[in-house]
Each structure stands twice: as C-alpha cells, then as structure tokens.
Design a protein around this ligand. Structure first.
Ligand code: ADP
Ligand code: TYD
Length: 208
C-alpha cells in the first residue's frame, strides 16, 4: 500500500510539537517523491480561516461549548470540501494539524460531556475519519510552557491552563485506545529529531 491519497492527522495537547513534526514529516515524504499538502484546523481553507479567527480570539466565554461545536464543524466542512478532498482525489498525501478528534476532546469533554453531540454532528456533516492519526503524547506542564512561549493572538484556549491540558492528555490517550486501528502514539518528551525519526519509521511501517 502506498501513501498516495492518504489522510494523516496529528493530535495532541497545545505545545506537543504537532506543527514542528508535520513540517518534518512533510520534508521527509517530499524527499521520497510524494506530493504532500500540509494543512491545519481550525482553518486550512479561506472560509475556515475566517471561522478560526472568530473561534480562537476573544474572551474565554465568548462562545458556549455547543456553539463552538457548530463553528468548528462548519470550518471542518469547508476545509474538507475545498482543501482535503480535492487533494486526496489527486493522490496527494494530506497532513493535517488537528481534526475531529480535537473537537471530540476540547468541545466534547472540557465543559461537560458533549461527546455524543460532537459525534452526531460529525456523522451528519463530516462522515470521514483519517487513515492514520499520530498522537504526540506529552507532559502537560511542558506542553503548556512551550505553547505559551510562542504565544500568538489565537490564544483563547491556551488561557485555560494546565488542568485542562492534563485532562486533554488523558482524553487523547483514551481516544487512541477507542480508535486503536488508526492511532499511533508517539512520546513527545524527546528531542525534535528523535520524535521525527520515530514518526517517519512508524508512518512508513503503517503504509508499507
Ligand atoms: P503544537 O503545534 O503542538 O502546538 P509546536 O510544534 O508549535 O507545537 O511546538 C511548540 C513549541 O515547542 C515551539 O516553539 C517548538 O519549537 C517547540 N518544540 C517542539 N517540539 C519540541 C521538542 N521535541 N523539544 C523541544 N521543543 C520543542
Ligand atoms: P492549534 O492552532 O492547533 O493550537 P496549538 O498549536 O497550540 O495546538 O489549535 C488552536 C486551539 O483550538 C487549540 O487550543 C485546540 C483548539 N481546538 C478546539 O478546541 N476544537 C477543535 O475542533 C480544534 C480543531 C481545535
């Protein structure tokens, strides 16, 4: 099996190294001659980037959890239609920084149990899962420190602190067991090079 037309997502708490490692895997796959599209959520298409600004800026209580589910799902639908599906149809490898698993965690868990609502809306409006999800598992305090050290204006959630990071870490590990057929869990508490090599080997194994 080849990597052409495969959809690979990266998940993990803020500051776990997702953007860094997507960049590294993209370089590696391009070096192997693959056509790679790097994208992110929320965002990844012009319309979804506009929704990103709405949802990630402003006061922490700007939106209810339910409204956030709708906004993230609207952004995802546009991203899927305009960026992800066309690229996959052309046989490109799509590497995406966060996807529906982030909504399952952040909106589904952090303010009450809304997981069933997230899953229903996902089934109705998105209806697709990645071929592979790389979970970068990370000590919450270190992740938060890293995230805060490269602070941008998209910080509505980072203001929520270490307790949320710890809950999200546990939630992502639970999710990796729930969807064990598509998840690989990588230890992010190591140097960037070691993590990048580990991911490259395990992605190649998965699709060989
Ligand atoms: P994420 O996209 O998951 O929020 P980033 O890739 O943006 O994480 O990394 C957050 C910060 O931590 C960046 O400043 C990055 O350079 C740094 N970083 C990423 N991976 C490592 C690592 N393995 N060791 C030390 N610092 C790292
Ligand atoms: P991101 O830009 O990936 O932040 P980071 O690089 O710090 O990980 O994501 C921004 C924030 O959006 C992040 O705190 C997680 C949150 N988020 C949700 O709450 N729900 C979602 O569905 C997605 C995709 C992201």
């Amino acid at each position: 099996m080849s990597l052409n037309g495969k959809f690979i997502t990266f998940e993990g708490i803020d500051g776990s190294g997702k953007s860094t490692q997507i960049e590294r895997l993209a370089e590696n796959l391009r070096g192997a001659g693959l056509d790679v599209v790097q994208t992110r959520e929320p965002g990844g298409s012009p319309g979804a980037e506009e929704i990103r600004a709405l949802v990630l800026r402003g006061a922490p209580d700007r939106w209810s959890a339910e409204t956030e589910i709708l906004l993230f799902t609207a952004a995802r639908r546009d991203h899927l239609e305009r960026t992800i599906e066309p690229a996959l149809a052309q046989g490109k490898v799509v590497l995406c920084d966060r996807f529906a698993d982030s909504t399952r965690m952040y909106q589904g868990l952090s303010r009450g149990d809304l997981r069933a609502t997230v899953d229903s809306l996902h089934a109705l409006m998105i209806g697709r899962e990645p071929d592979l999800t790389v979970l970068i598992d990370m000590d919450p305090a270190t992740g938060l420190q890293r995230a805060l050290s490269r602070r941008t204006e998209d910080e509505r959630f980072e203001g929520f602190g270490e307790e949320l990071q710890a809950a999200m870490r546990r939630g992502f590990l639970d999710l990796s067991r729930e969807f064990s057929e598509r998840f690989i869990v990588v230890d992010g508490n190591r140097s960037m090079d070691v993590v990048a090599d580990d991911i490259a080997v395990r992605v190649a194994e998965r699709f060989s």
